[in-house]
Design a protein around this ligand. Structure first.
Ligand SMILES: [Zn+2]
Length: 389
């Protein structure tokens, strides 16, 4: 009998919001949690020591199947002993399946029943990603949580388009699960080997299903029901923040999150601003990832308690305040807006690093405060103070 790869225990609730503990083989993660995005095996501009420091204390980061598969390639990562060892990160990871990335290639890819054919952005070669290939790559990467290979429908998809896409995602979910189980049992079920002889990177991965259906609530509900029938260790809402209107996104989350299995983690993929995160927590979501703090940081934007701040703005040229006067991160304790603006205007790489550090500190601290608020029954007030809703 195999031990479950992840354990999820809800410790406090307030309305739909949940404070829980997700236990993986590489550490305990308190939820609601924000997961910094480490596309190519690096959270851009951040050293792992910073991510592990008490100040940020990121317990889980994302890796990206599509990018790592194309470069450096799976053989390099296998030779390095799996993704954790290769990149030097001992804490938990989640890998996405590559489904969203190949879908995002638009005209450059061809989707068939078998999978998705596309040209590599690295060397132009013809590549083919399918549920089976994605599961194999993710088994080698060895993250604590793997995702099914799915297809996304555009935000403005018609009912017919969204249904076709949802049905394909369901068939791919079953194929992902079959391939995943096969790969896990090859490693875990080999009774001729002792636990120590089995490759550590392949022990007890969890697989999450992804709910699709664009902005159509009836499709979303059907997708949820049929994905749960297949049976996964957790469930994600995919296909949001892809061009639909904001209220559509919140309508989907509000309708679907509370219907997701109560005793398993609920993950909202690729969303969003701190306000979006808080609103989604209020609707029952536990896990988040988004490129906003890192990407916007590199583009000169800081998230603050008073909203977004664009460091390029001339008004900061002589501003002796920190990026965010309410933030206690090491960047805000040491540097002024004027200095960071100077770095940015001079094209110094430190500008991106400082802005990214602050933004991640801001996102991670916001989620910490969300968790504390739920545990002390203060979340409704916290949400009101923060978002005005
Ligand atoms: Zn700061």
């Amino acid at each position: 009998m195999l031990t479950p790869p992840v354990n999820f225990e809800i410790q406090a609730t307030e309305g739909q919001a949940r404070a829980a503990v997700l236990t993986t083989r590489r550490g305990v993660i308190e939820t609601p949690v924000f997961m910094p995005v480490g596309t190519a095996g690096t959270v851009k501009g951040m050293r792992f020591e910073e991510l592990e420091s008490p100040e940020l204390d990121a317990r889980i980061i994302l890796g990206n199947t599509y990018h790592l598969w194309l470069r450096p390639g799976i053989e390099t990562i296998r030779a390095g002993g799996g993704l954790h060892k290769f990149i030097g990160w001992e804490r938990a990871m989640l890998t996405d399946s590559g489904g969203f990335q190949v879908w995002s290639l638009g005209a450059l890819r061809k989707i068939t029943e078998a999978g998705t054919e596309f040209r590599s952005h690295v060397d132009g070669s013809l590549c083919f990603l399918s549920p089976e290939v994605s599961m194999e790559v993710q088994a080698t990467l060895g993250a604590e949580i793997a995702m099914v290979f799915d297809e996304c429908a555009p935000g403005e998809a018609t009912l017919d388009e969204a249904r076709r896409s949802m049905e394909l995602t369901l068939r791919w979910a079953q194929r992902s699960k079959d391939a995943f189980d096969r790969l896990q049992s090859e490693v875990l079920g080999d009774e001729t080997k002792t636990k120590d002889q089995r490759p550590k990177t392949d022990l007890g991965q969890a697989l999450f299903g992804i709910i699709q259906g664009a902005g159509h609530l009836d499709l979303r509900r059907e997708s949820l029901e049929r994905t749960v029938e297949i049976g996964f260790d957790g469930y994600a809402i995919g296909g949001l923040s892809v061009g639909e209107e904001k209220h559509v996104m919140m309508d989907v989350i509000e309708d679907i999150a509370p219907r997701m299995p109560d005793d398993q983690p609920r993950y909202l993929m690729g969303v969003g601003t701190p306000e979006d995160l808080i609103e989604a927590v209020a609707r029952g979501v536990d896990m988040f990832d988004c490129v906003l703090p890192t990407r916007n940081g590199r583009n000169g934007q800081a998230f603050t308690a008073r909203g977004k701040l664009n460091i390029k703005n001339a008004r900061y040229a002589l501003d002796q305040n920190p990026l965010d006067e309410f933030c206690s991160c090491s960047v805000c304790r040491r540097h002024t807006r004027a200095f960071i603006r100077h770095l940015y205007q001079s094209g110094e790489m430190l500008a991106s690093m400082l802005l990214t550090h602050h933004n991640l500190a801001f996102f991670l601290d916001t989620m910490k405060r969300v968790r504390q608020a739920i545990r002390s029954d203060q979340f409704a007030k916290f949400r009101r103070d923060y978002t005005g809703s």
